[in-house]
Write a protein that binds this ligand. Structure first.
Ligand code: ZN
Ligand code: ZN
Length: 305
């Protein structure tokens, strides 16, 4: 089968058994995390990709169209026993940590990670379950009360999805690209003008994917505000720790979300996914697709089989 790995497109045997479900991938999405992994983030060397929809090839779910939770836990530690493998110390993560990913013709995941996709959710929408779940995870880690003012920094795919899921909280979205900012359907401000918004936000969500977003976030937060960090990138962020101390800022990390609520939200049609797709290429053009995905102004690049 074909597989798009950190070092390029290659031919590999289909992944072997191990009691896990074999999934024929139909469509996968290139995430900014894939681009960071290719730069050396986390030292991953395998097949990239963690956003996919596919069809189960064998076993109880054979023939079922599915998406898959990306964290595969050990199944026996306290975290796993509590039903949340996202922090299992020995977990593998699809296309990110010690597990080959979805930019291939086939992948394997434990059957318990797979979730059937309702017929009303298109393949394109289903590929967005993982990033949409990550957007919803903000509220799991940082519940927002009515009337609290919210700012989202970053008009990339994740920033847009976060602004969309927080629409009821009337967030202000900050970014560099007017055409992207317009997609979220919320109030927005260009990055260069953002400091003029002032220190008025109770919650700032940093999803810019760059280290400079942290400094801007601190400039926008009220004292004792909450700063939610969503960006994962290869590199480190310089931090003005004294500022966090003096202003008594609460810093909250947030990563993966749960798939079921994200699928339910896609079923309602309440999130407009179509405009978030910039290009669809075939897996055979995977290397070019990665280059395209890295171009400024690009949103989601999909890989069809
Ligand atoms: Zn992702
Ligand atoms: Zn575990």
């Amino acid at each position: 089968m074909r597989a798009l790995r950190v070092d390029g497109l290659t031919e590999l045997p289909a992944p072997a058994g191990d009691g896990e479900a074999l999934v024929r991938v139909v469509l996968s999405g290139i995430c900014t995390t894939d681009l960071e992994l290719a730069k050396g983030y986390l030292g991953f060397r395998g097949t990239l990709g963690h956003e996919f929809v596919g069809v189960v090839e064998e076993g109880d779910l054979a023939g079922t169209r599915v998406v898959g939770e990306i964290n595969a836990g050990c199944g026996s530690c306290g975290r796993c026993a509590a039903g949340d493998s996202r922090h299992c110390a020995t977990r593998t993560v699809l296309g990110i940590v010690d597990r080959d990913g979805a930019h291939a013709d086939y992948l394997r995941l434990p059957a318990c990670n797979l979730i059937p996709v309702p017929a009303t959710v298109s393949d394109v929408a289903a590929v967005f379950v993982e990033p949409l779940a990550a957007a919803l995870a903000v509220l799991e880690r940082c519940p927002i009360a009515p009337g609290q003012r919210v700012c989202v920094i970053g008009d990339g795919k994740l920033g847009l999805l976060i602004a969309m899921v927080l629409r009821d909280h009337a967030p202000v979205l900050v970014g560099k690209h007017p055409h992207k900012l317009a997609l979220a359907g919320v109030e927005s401000t260009l990055l260069d003008d953002a400091v003029t918004l002032g220190r008025v936000f109770d919650v700032v969500i940093e999803a810019s994917g760059s280290a400079t977003g942290f400094e801007l976030a601190l400039a926008l937060l009220v004292p004792q505000g909450r700063l939610v960090l969503k960006s994962t990138f290869h590199g480190t962020t310089p931090i003005d720790a004294a500022r966090i101390v003096v202003e008594e800022v609460t810093v909250i990390g947030s990563r993966c979300g749960r798939f079921a609520p994200a699928l339910a939200l896609l079923e309602t049609g309440g999130i407009a996914i179509g405009p978030l797709v910039s290009e669809t290429l075939s897996l055979g053009d995977g290397e070019r697709a990665m280059q395209l995905a890295a171009e400024p102004g690009m949103l989601k690049v999909l890989l069809a089989r």
